[in-house]
Write a protein that binds this ligand. Structure first.
Ligand code: SRM
Ligand code: SF4
Length: 556
């Protein structure tokens, strides 16, 4: 069978080189379309600000192209210098903001083509990279939060790093193109990926069993460590999770990963490699919408997946009881086990920027620089400052207070809410998300207060299209853009992140949303006020919940 366009492009790219070097030399402000597909493997997306158009000499308008770059930052851990490099680049070559992501990374938007090489070099000099942050490859590895500096959890630093390094592209393309390293003699090989890499992206999370600060079930593969005498003695292994879907395409769906069982610690890499290569060999290379590992697991079955993983890795899965999950609260000041303090800062939709009366970016830079702090980005788009001396707390508080930055958790609705960037940067956005979130949350908060339910605010997550980047399908209440000002509404996920939502409707106009939320909360208050919203809506039959929808909805 003939290869699909993407597969052929990867195969013909000379292990991700394509014509990037040549195009960097020309005067065009943008890269060719095919090249933009390869650039993803190098950690960047060509975008245009969809609010802005530049005037052409002929009097028309055209897109103003720029690049978004995303870091490879295993576990979202950055030392002082690394944070400062991203901060400085955001102001110098980016659009002035840093965007913390739902996979514990950082994105910079608005970088011009001519600045990209030097930008990547600066990141490389700080011992971080952007390689493999996007593309059909293993992406940024997420890791549970260790805000109390727990020595057991700290063992996961090495695990996330090991997995990240193991699945890093071996091709010399990144070093040659961006870092001016010389081409190595002989054919460059990708021992794990091969010349067509994976059929699609692959996401991995690492945590301690019982600690679901990473939304482990939404990953292609997850490892939940168990401990004996403070050492990792094994892992529960999860495979086949993912959220991306397309409206009204039943072949695509969100799915929670299956628990394959427990393996001893020594089998970590063989099992990880077995699962990644199952995706490589069985993922659908003809239909990118159906190419994720979750479809292989769903269609071939969990027993097949277990047996195939065992035969490729030589491991044997043991079936053991899984500890109950919880999601630790990290916002605000806390005392770590080594006597230092940590400060978890809530960053609405992950956007670090200075606004009038709220100098978040500048104050963070000053505090991190002056007190030599390390940081961890969270999968909920927040930032934890680590290693603060108790004696420095008053001065740090003063800096944040003067900058208008609050240090405690805002109300529980805002604390847990997520939104993807959507408009104006995301080329796939069909509705607003990040920009509309604050006003949207205000409406929900008022309804919670109306019914006296604000202490049990649901996790609310919003996206500008069905791809699910801010994990709306594992929220208690999710919204995914269907078209401008129209959203799909999803309910029934759980606070612990083990369930996928059900679709209440894929077609609710924003103008009707307040009424829908009001009626849903009224039902919740009347029928199960002591339950969490996600548990209540999970239990209720869909037809009952759909009575909250407006009588007349837009044409399908
Ligand atoms: Fe995502 C594509 C932003 C996490 C599912 N995602 C995109 C792109 C790159 C749009 C594009 O392809 O042109 C978005 C860039 C927007 C912009 O302007 O910055 C984008 N995704 C994000 C981020 C920044 C959202 C955020 O609010 O933080 C997250 C970056 C994570 C990172 O650091 O690596 C982000 N994306 C996710 C997640 C959540 C996760 O991985 O934990 C998902 C759902 C889980 C999953 O993969 O199933 C997700 N993004 C997608 C998809 C749908 C994939 C699918 O299987 O169908 C796309 C579209 C695609 O790949 O074709 C996508
Ligand atoms: Fe873009 Fe859609 Fe992802 Fe939002 S969910 S960032 S709109 S691809």
């Amino acid at each position: 069978m003939e290869l699909s366009k993407n597969e052929k492009l990867k195969q013909d790219s000379g292990f991700l080189r394509g014509s990037i070097v040549e195009e960097l030399k020309n005067s065009s402000a943008s890269f060719e379309k095919d090249t933009t597909l390869l650039l993803k493997f190098h950690g960047m997306y060509q975008q245009d600000n969809r609010d802005a158009r530049v005037k052409t000499e002929e009097g028309g308008t055209e897109k103003a192209h720029s690049l978004m770059i995303r870091g490879r930052i295993p576990g979202g851990r950055l030392n002082t210098e690394q944070y400062l490099v991203w901060d400085e680049l955001a102001s110098r070559v980016g659009n002035g903001s840093m965007r913390l992501t739902t996979r514990q990374s950082i994105q910079l938007h608005g970088i011009l083509k001519q600045d990209i090489k030097r930008t990547l070099q600066k990141i490389h000099e700080s011992l971080l990279s952007t390689t493999g942050a996007c593309g059909d490859i293993v992406r940024n590895v997420t890791q549970s939060l260790n805000f109390l500096n727990d020595p057991s959890l700290a063992k996961l630093d090495g695990v996330a790093q090991l997995i990240s390094d193991h699945f890093r592209a071996r091709s010399g393309a990144y070093a040659e193109v961006w870092l001016d390293d010389e081409k190595l003699p002989g054919p460059v090989e990708e021992p794990i990926y091969g010349d067509r890499y994976l059929p699609r992206k692959f996401k991995i999370g690492v945590t301690a069993a019982g600690n679901n600060s990473i939304d482990i079930y939404t990953n292609d593969m997850g490892f939940a460590a168990t401990f004996e005498n403070g050492q990792i003695n094994g892992y529960f292994v999860f495979a086949g999770g993912g959220l991306g879907r397309t409206h009204r395409n039943a072949k695509t769906y969100a799915r929670v990963a299956d628990n394959l069982g427990w393996i001893p610690a020594s089998k970590l890499i063989p099992v990880a490699e077995a699962i990644v290569t199952i995706h490589r060999d069985f993922g659908d290379r003809n239909d990118r919408k159906h190419a994720r590992l979750k479809y292989v697991v769903a269609e071939k079955g969990i027993d097949w997946m277990r047996t195939e993983t065992e035969s490729r890795s030589g491991a044997k899965f043991e079936q053991k009881p899984l500890p109950a999950w919880n999601t630790p609260e990290y916002l605000g000041w806390q005392k770590a086990k080594d006597g230092t303090l940590t400060l978890g800062l809530h960053i609405l939709a992950g956007r670090i920027v200075d606004n009038a009366g709220h100098s978040l970016k500048t104050s963070l830079r000053n505090v991190i620089r002056d007190y030599r702090l390390s940081t961890q980005v969270t999968p909920d788009q927040d930032l934890i400052l680590l290693g603060i001396r108790e004696s420095d707390r008053p001065a740090i508080e003063q800096v944040f207070r003067a900058a208008g930055v609050r240090m405690d958790a805002p109300n529980s609705l805002f604390s847990k809410a997520l939104a993807c960037p959507a408009l104006p940067t995301c080329s796939l956005a069909i509705a607003e998300s990040e920009r509309t979130l604050p006003a949207f949350l205000e409406v929900i908060q008022k309804k919670l207060e109306k019914y006296g339910l604000e202490d049990r605010a649901p996790t609310v997550r919003m996206t500008g299209c069905p791809n699910g980047c801010a994990r709306p399908y594992s929220a208690e209440l999710g919204f995914a853009g269907r078209s401008m000002n129209i959203y799909g509404v999803y309910v029934g996920g759980d606070y612990e992140g083990t369930r996928i939502t059900k679709e209440l409707s894929d077609n609710v106009p924003l103008s009707e949303m307040e009424g829908v939320i009001d009626r849903l909360f009224a039902m919740w208050k009347e029928q199960a006020p002591s339950d969490r919203f996600g548990d209540f809506t999970h239990r209720m039959p869909l037809e009952e919940l759909q009575k909250a929808l407006p009588a007349v909805r837009p044409a399908q």
